[in-house]
Each structure stands twice: as C-alpha cells, then as structure tokens.
Design a binder for this molecule. Sequence first.
Ligand code: C2O
Ligand code: CU
Length: 489
Amino acid sequence: MAANNSRPLLFRGWLPAAQSCKLAREETVPNHPDHHAHAASSTDEERATAYAEACAAAQPDPGRRVVAVALEAGEFDWEFVPGVRTRAWGFNGTVPGPTIEATVGDVLEIRLSNRLPEPTVVHWHGLRIPAAMDGTQMVQHPVDPGESFTYRFRVPDAGTFWYHSHFNETVQLERGLYGALIVRTAGEPVFDADRTLVLDDVELEKDGQIKPPGKWLESHDGREGSTRLVNGRQEPEIHMAAGQTERWRIVNAASARYVLFSVGGRPFRIIGSGGGLIPAPVSASEVLIPAANRAELAVGPFAEGETLRVETLPFNRGSFKGHRKPELFATVHLGAAAPSTARLPSRLREIEPLVTGPATPNREVRLGFSLGLRHGVEFNINREQHHHADPVPVGELQIWDVLNRSPVHHPFHLHGFFFQVLEVNGKPPGFLSWEDTVNVPAFGRVRIAWMPDDRPGEWMYHCHILEHHAAGMMAHFNVVRRPDTGAPS
Ligand code: C2O
Ligand code: CU
C-alpha cells in the first residue's frame, strides 16, 4: 500500500546485554538540575537504582533475542498531504516512526537520541514493563536536546501497542512523535497479510504548517484535525488482493478523535483489542476506537474490482465540534484474486476473568472539570488537577469505578497494567478482554478490575485526549510492596 511505512530500523540484532546495560546506567546518572519534573517524588538516586535494576533484569527468554532499535527524535519535512511540505517532528525521519516488531520473550533495547529543540521522553503505551522504563517524567528526567537514553525491557505480551512522546504531548504527538509496536507470539492465527494502520489527524494552516495548539474550543474538545492520516499520509490508497483475509491492526494515535471504524460498511471480525487477542472472534461492521486505543480485525475476503471506503462513521462524544457525516481515512482497492491460506479459529485465546460474581469497588476515580479563568476548561480527577492518588499494594485486586462527571466522553488510560472491564453503565461488555484504555461515556460509569503484579514504582492514569491530560485530568500513584509503608520497599 502507498502509505506503508517500511523504513528500516537503523540497526537491530544481538547486543551483549551486560555491556549495553552499563552504558545505559552511565547515561542515566543526572548531574543537572531537574527543571522539568513537576510530579516526581523519588530522588535521583532512587530513580537511578530502579533503572539499573530494571535494565539488568531485562533478559530474553531462552531462544529469544535482544532487539536493538535506534530511535532518533528529530525535525524534518514531511508530506502529510502529497506535494505539501510540512515541518514535522518524528522518529528516524518518518511519521509515524518505524514500526517496532518483537516476539514475546524478546528484550527490546531502544536507544533514544534527542535531536529536537526541546526535551522529550518516550512512553511504551500498553506494555507491562517495569516502572523505571515507563517513559514518564515521574520515573526519568526528560531527555534534553543532544542527549540520549536507553530503554531496556523484556516484552511480556503479544498485541498491537504503540510508543509516543510523553512530553509536551499536544505539540509533540501532533507533529508526529509516535509509532506502532507490534508483538507476536507462537500459535497465533494465520492470515494472508498482517497490516498496521496508524490513524491520526492534523490541522494544517494555509501555508501547510501544523497549527499551534488552540485555546477554549481545543481545551474542551481536544484537537480534531481536518486532515486525516493513515500511516502519516492523507487518505491513502490501500491495495488488497481479492479472496484474501487480512489481519488489520489499527492504532488510533489521534489527539482526541474517536474513530467509529468502518470498511465500506462490510462485516468484519473483531479479533483483538488493546491487550491482544480476545477469546473468540466477534462479527461487526463497525468498531469504536477511542483515542489511544487499538483494535485488531480480520478483514475480507472481498471481490475483485471492489472499492471500499475506510472511514469513521458519525459518532457523538459530546464535543462542540459535531460529526454528522462519515469521514474518509483511506480507500481500499481490490485487485486480482489470490489464493488464501487464512484460517480463523473459533477460539483465539483463553482469558481468565479477574472477577466472577458480585464485585465491590475499592476505589472511585471521578473525572471532572471546572471553568478556569486562565486556561479555559480545566479537567481534574477527584477534584484535583494532577491528582495524587493513594498507593496500590502489590497483589491486591483493584476494582475501580471510573465515574465521568462531565458531558464529554473520556478515554481512560492506565499505564503499565492491563485491566478487564466489568461494567459500562451497569452492563457487562460484549466480550472479555485485556485493556489499557477504555472509553468512559459522558456522565457514565465504567467498572474495571486489575491486578497489580510485582512492579513497584510510580505509575499514572489519565484521560488520553491530550488536551484534557495537559489540562489536569491525570493522576499518579505508587504501586508498593508493603501496604503500610507508602513507599516501595
Ligand atoms: Cu499513551 Cu500516558 O499515555
Ligand atoms: Cu478527557
């Protein structure tokens, strides 16, 4: 397909583990004042120790390998719209950045170099890795221009994930600092092709440059750019063989847009969500993908000569900006028929429910807002912007009621852990799944369950509408080994 992003990673292969860890440990010792962190409570020394431990503990499973990736964050010209040069920010000179691919049990060793004019950090969205590698300002210093930082972790789960800047996000993600991260494992269903579609939108000004963040409307709605992108290009053409069934991995990397995904209104099978495969395929002809979430679909077979619109159908998330018509993301052209070896089993995966029977929530997370004079709409959690939430003890089942006290939907994202959705507005969801992001409907309630495994440290959750996150709809908390100390032991 035209929009396919196949620029190779700068290097990949074997690296002696001990050596690279040592290298990274030296890099991380901070010797300059911490002028960026606003929320950190651990000291530099604690951070450096946690980092060194996580780095050393990251070893590939027997038979697996270390996948080394060089990511350079930089500024370059990019044609979101063919023929229009836009100053973009991205990784390795492309938008999205290179698709990082690994197998469960591999170690990813990612060296981030910053060639941007401002600091950055990279978050591995959906990956259940140690806190020290989570890529937020809570656990590391932002990487200053000209500096580098090495992330190193074992990849624990198969699925469709993504990575993105976690610094000045309304600017850095909008300009292109994100990419897909695909993890495979043995025994997955076989398809005729495996295709990744990273959806986004940008707002370009007349001169072709990205519009700077706006004020009232954007802080309320979040930005929905009018140029819709698939893999960094406006409304590309996708070529698919007739008679085949493909695995589509869809990542919604947009700042705020909810995508009600449709392929010409044709039925497809949902096979996976944010946390990998679901127990059994689900037939549908549309699937809601809130900002930051992912869906995996079995798409096809279609007939030769067909043309299908990949689009988002009208969906009301409570924003001022309405969506009354379908909006195009890409066009699929069906070429000559090709033989198919795709096999979609009726069972895809076993998922153990975390909760059976009645559940009593042990926490309420209230997503709210207020009107502020300085920033327009201010968003908060439990009435506090950048909320300090209570610690969570390792091994203690968490049942949280996430309440939306506002007239707009919010995509709630928990860093570092998967949860199961027990109820949306009192009703169980259509299927059991692992998730890291879930839509909390306007004035609605979502009950989730999650189990904090032994990865103590500082974590966060937030609304993934980037403007809401920036306006305070986020919280940070510690996962602790002993309930009474309030600190990792
Ligand atoms: Cu996808 Cu805190 O982020
Ligand atoms: Cu929100």
